[in-house]
Design a protein around this ligand. Structure first.
Ligand code: SAH
Length: 245
């Protein structure tokens, strides 16, 4: 039997948000590859080998998946949310680009999932109803100066924003700096939502103004949404009108 690689998104956490095509790919796989907590979400069964690895080894993981597919195995690489959003799909193509030419004829498919930003937005209303920017605040793969530059320009341009990887133990000060930049560029009254563990049992969602926001409100399980100047509350909902003021 010939091999294939599927890079699949498992959605934000709730089982009901895994698509049917991702379930079908997992049911037909011989191997599942991914970061430990994501692989844990896949039920073990006979004939399925689970390859869980630590974070920060994305390229090794992608290469391993391609090697196994080339050897005839049916491999699903799992990401949380959507695999194309700050996740494994790009890593797979990076490994493909650096690998042997024969890999270009492999059967590769990317199966989308519901990304954290959209799950979080849906919980609070429609904060991303107008133009918005999605920004990864981790400086593992890009310099902090570039992140700050993009934040500043996105706020000046009036984009609502969604921040992934907002704050980790290894870089606790940068999110504080991000909040300072946003207060200056977008104004202290702008609404900011901290959506933690969205669709999971420990989900917690808080909306405050930028003036009230503190860095401790975010961690690595939080997706942060900052509104634009028109973003507002209606009852318990937050929304951004489709027209700009
Ligand atoms: N590919 C993923 C994002 C991976 S980056 C996706 O499309 O969602 C990891 C970051 O995503 C986390 O630091 C956090 O900011 C966000 N995230 C992922 N799942 C989340 C969830 N259930 N609730 C809140 N944020 C989440």
């Amino acid at each position: 039997m010939s091999g294939w690689v599927v890079v699949a998104g498992l959605g934000p956490g709730d089982e009901a948000l895994i698509t049917d095509e991702v379930r079908a790919a997992l049911a037909g796989a011989t191997d599942v590859v991914g970061y430990i907590p994501y692989v844990k979400r896949v039920a073990p069964r006979d004939g399925l080998t689970l390859h869980a690895s630590d974070n920060r080894v994305e390229l090794d993981r992608a290469r391993h998946a391609l090697e196994m597919a080339a050897a005839g195995r049916r491999v699903v690489v799992v990401s949380s949310g959507d695999p194309g959003v700050f996740a494994m799909a790009s890593a797979l193509f990076e490994a493909l680009e650096a690998g042997p030419r024969e890999w270009l004829s492999l059967d590769i498919r990317i199966l989308p999932g519901i990304t954290a930003m959209l799950a979080a937005a849906a919980r609070i209303g429609a904060p991303l109803g107008h133009d918005f920017a999605a920004i990864n605040l981790s400086d593992n793969l890009k310099p902090w100066d570039l992140i700050e530059h993009r934040l500043r320009l996105a706020a000046q341009a009036g984009f609502a924003m969604a921040f992934y990887n907002p704050r980790s133990k290894s870089r606790p000060h940068q999110f504080a700096r991000a909040l300072e930049v946003l207060r200056t560029e977008a104004g202290g009254d702008t609404l900011i939502t901290f959506a933690r563990s969205v669709t999971k049992p420990d989900e917690e969602i808080t909306t405050v103004t930028l003036n009230e926001a503190t860095p401790e409100m975010a961690d690595m399980r939080t997706l942060v949404i900052v509104g634009n100047r028109d973003t507002r509350a209606v009852g318990r909902w937050i929304y951004t009108p489709r027209s700009a003021s």
